[in-house]
Design a protein around this ligand. Structure first.
Ligand SMILES: Nc1nc2c(ncn2[C@@H]2O[C@H](COP(=O)(O)OP(=O)(O)OP(=O)(O)O)[C@@H](O)[C@H]2O)c(=O)[nH]1
Ligand SMILES: [Mg+2]
Length: 195
């Protein structure tokens, strides 16, 4: 998709604020600091639209971005950030659960993981949660630029094995730095938007 138009619609703290246009939604899930917001920025060629930071745990709301007036990217708060209080974490968990289990326009989830490291227990849990609720998943292993090309296959295998990636789910090797995997990610996303 060639993106000319992209805007933040709302940083939602509660379901009442989610848009009611009925347009399809593609949600991003992943550890805090893994590169979710950077993924959005790379796909839409806009460096600063989705807020990124070196500070993990920054995205604490469901951030809706409308793309080409045709669908939403939903940037979901990152999990696994140790310094977040138990109460905060429970609140996020509730928000994520409600969103992923009850959101009718949700077409697919992008499960973003770090190519450099084996997926964490949180990553595995997130993937299993999405599978359990029959939500189509596209696994995106990002920060590929940080691994030499010659080692990509080894790392890809570790990620797929640890997640026990199901055959029906797609996998994209990605880098927000180089744009690796951008075309593939777009074509998968477009197929889910149309479905
Ligand atoms: N080298 C490299 N750095 C990346 C890549 N993607 C993200 N980063 C960096 O990783 C850090 C975190 O990226 P974000 O996109 O803010 O991560 P996030 O998942 O949105 O984080 P939260 O909103 O806190 O959950 C930033 O410093 C990014 O510049 C990538 O593909 N390659
Ligand atoms: Mg973010």
């Amino acid at each position: 998709m060639k993106v000319n138009k992209a805007d933040i619609v709302i940083s939602a703290v509660s379901p009442a604020q989610y848009p009611n246009t009925g347009l399809p939604e593609i949600a991003l899930a992943g550890r805090s600091n893994v590169g979710k917001s950077s993924f959005i920025n790379t796909l839409i060629n806009r460096k600063g639209l989705a807020r990124t930071s070196g500070k993990p745990g920054k995205t604490q709301t469901l951030n809706y971005y409308i793309i080409e007036d045709s669908f939403y990217f939903v940037d979901v708060p990152g999990y696994g950030y140790a310094k977040v209080s138990k109460t905060e974490r429970a609140k996020w968990g509730q928000m994520l659960e409600t969103y992923f289990t009850q959101r009718e326009p949700l077409k697919a989830a992008l499960s973003i993981v770090d190519l450099r490291h084996p997926p964490t227990e949180d990553d595995v849990q997130m993937y299993e949660f999405l599978k359990y609720h029959s939500i189509p998943v596209i696994v995106v292993a990002t920060k590929a630029d940080k691994i030499p090309r010659g080692k990509w296959n080894k790392h890809i295998k570790i990620v797929k094995d640890k997640l026990n990636l199901r055959e029906e789910d797609d996998f994209v090797l990605f880098s927000s730095e180089t744009g690796e995997g951008k075309e593939k990610a777009w074509s998968l996303i477009e197929s889910y938007i149309k479905s």
